[in-house]
Design a protein around this ligand. Structure first.
Ligand code: ZN
Length: 339
């Protein structure tokens, strides 16, 4: 098994300001984690290209993108209280989106079994019209739209600790793209209730599994078995994109979930197994504890190439089983009316 990692040094230059948790050392920690997993022979590194604007405008109106570009040209500033840009942020964002697009082409050419876009800024909070939550361009959505427009049926599995509100919003009425999110709730951005299921033709193609603080890997594995695997099978998914944030790690300073790096490796193995090799992409989203990022990245990189690297043990116990039951009831037993 082989892994293709796309990254770029310009992603280190995006600077949201002193003291901001979404700092460049995060990216360094993740890259170090991949390099230290003992699987170097199976990993190929490529430089993320700048995404062409016509690929970004599949998701974001040109005027919204121009606003970010102009703010960066002016030296940077705040888009909202959480989301800041510097002079280099626009190029970083174009690299971050370009990584996924490039990996799609390379996987299609048979270059690897799995692709991983290890970039920043992250993307899953950005809606079509609004940058928020440290996110400028919705990287995973740009890739999903390119695949869906090429006739693929895409599932985005979002395992970041925060709800992927931007991704949900973008594909709310689009049945070609199944969006599944596991996240702490209620927590930023305060969306992602279990009864948010999509609308119009996209009804039932949004699946939310909101979880309480303290939920462990055991709950995530149960959610995979009882909800995620069956809904992906029903959707007849042909490509899997994973919004892989590692802020659900128990050491993360800005959330309260209870995962370990081994849980992320288990989850990655389960999720990547849903479709054949060459149709599987990971996207770095959040994660704010540097040692946890390093461990999670190493454990997941090893999993992606069929090896085992476990700096920690899996976790079990804790709350959340009833939340999985609710999501299963809604999506597999049609219990929405009872909600
Ligand atoms: Zn997050």
């Amino acid at each position: 098994m082989s892994l293709l990692v796309a990254t770029h040094d310009e992603c280190l230059l995006h600077d949201p300001g002193p003291g901001h948790p979404e700092r460049s050392l995060r990216l360094t920690a993740v890259l170090d984690g991949v390099r230290s997993a003992g699987v170097a022979d199976a990993v190929t590194w490529v430089e993320a290209p700048l995404a062409p604007l016509e690929q970004l405008t599949r998701i974001h109106p040109a005027s919204v993108l121009e606003r970010v570009e102009r703010l960066c040209e002016a030296g940077g500033g705040a888009i909202d209280p959480d989301t800041w840009v510097s002079a280099d942020s626009w190029n970083a964002a174009r690299r971050a989106a370009g990584a996924g697009l490039d990996l799609i082409e390379r996987l299609r050419a048979g270059e690897a079994d799995v692709g991983w876009s290890i970039v920043r800024p992250p993307g899953h909070h950005a809606t079509a019209g609004k940058q928020m939550g440290f996110c400028l361009v919705n990287n995973v959505s740009v890739a999903a739209a390119a695949l869906a427009d090429a006739g693929e049926r895409v599932a985005i599995i979002d395992i970041d600790a925060h709800h992927g509100n931007g991704t949900q919003d973008i594909f709310w009425e689009d049945p070609r793209v199944l969006f599944v999110s596991l996240h702490q709730y209620p927590w930023y951005p305060y969306t992602g209730r279990a009864d948010e299921i999509g609308g119009g033709e996209g009804r039932w193609s949004t699946v939310n599994i909101p979880l309480p603080a303290g939920a462990t890997g055991q709950v995530f594995r149960r959610a995979f078995d009882e909800v995620i695997a069956p809904v992906v099978a029903r959707h007849q998914t042909t490509w899997i994109l994973v919004s892989a944030g590692f802020d659900g790690h128990r050491a993360d300073p800005i959330t309260d979930l209870g995962l370990s790096s081994a849980d992320y490796a288990d989850l990655a193995a389960d999720i990547l197994g849903l479709v054949p090799a060459g149709r599987r992409l990971l996207f770095l989203e959040g994660g704010y504890d540097l040692p946890a990022l390093r461990d999670c990245a190493g454990a997941v990189a090893a999993t992606a190439v069929g090896e085992r690297f476990r700096p920690e043990s899996p976790t079990s116990g804790g709350p959340g089983d009833d939340h999985v039951e609710v999501a299963r009831g809604i999506h597999l037993e049609g219990a929405l009316d009872l909600w």
